[in-house]
Design a protein around this ligand. Sequence first.
Ligand code: SAH
Length: 218
Amino acid sequence: MIMDYARARAGMVEHQIARRGVRDPLVLEAMGRIPREAFVLPGWEEEAYEDQPLPIADRQTISQPFIVAYMIEAAELRPGDRALEIGTGSGYAAAVMATIAAQVYTIERHPGLADTARRRLLELGVNNVEIRVGDGTLGWSEAQPFDTIIVTAGGPKVPTDLREQLAIGGRLVIPVGESQHRQSLIRVVREDRADYREEELADVAFVPLIGEGGWNAA
Ligand code: SAH
């Protein structure tokens, strides 16, 4: 039997996301539009709407759908925004963000993941995402300032470069923790040039953020 992906996707939005308290209609609509089955490893398509992260290449993961929706809502991503994502991975979260934002910049340290993500986004006709290979903890200085920054890997602290690349009024959402595999999700709002407000949102578990403003490579 061929799986009905559209139906599985609608079920995911209702049961895993809306029912758990994500209310932003822009986020629910975007999650209902992007085919997650196009972002998983070949052979894993039927698992694409399960309530969990899934493996991708280079020992990385595509995040659980709920956490993607939760982070985008927490970052208050709005139409017209210039957004930065650190940790392109499969490209799934970037595609969801691109449904809402004007332009998404995303950085991935593994060149193979970046290539695959680029090809997928092209195939899906998503044309407002720019992918760069490099250390995302340094941000993307030529494209700053950003209204929204989302980091999808966990670091030991909030990288200074990312704070500084926020627009005034901009929001940064990032997992931060002393352990490489358990973090608190933190939201940083830049209220003024030198004024940042920080709050803790939830306990989360992301793959490690590796780089100058993150953990050292093993
Ligand atoms: N947003 C992704 C989830 C990817 S998992 C998705 O929707 O599929 C986190 C990703 O962050 C991994 O691919 C990992 O290689 C990448 N990463 C870790 N440290 C990084 C850094 N300093 N710069 C850029 N990417 C990084």
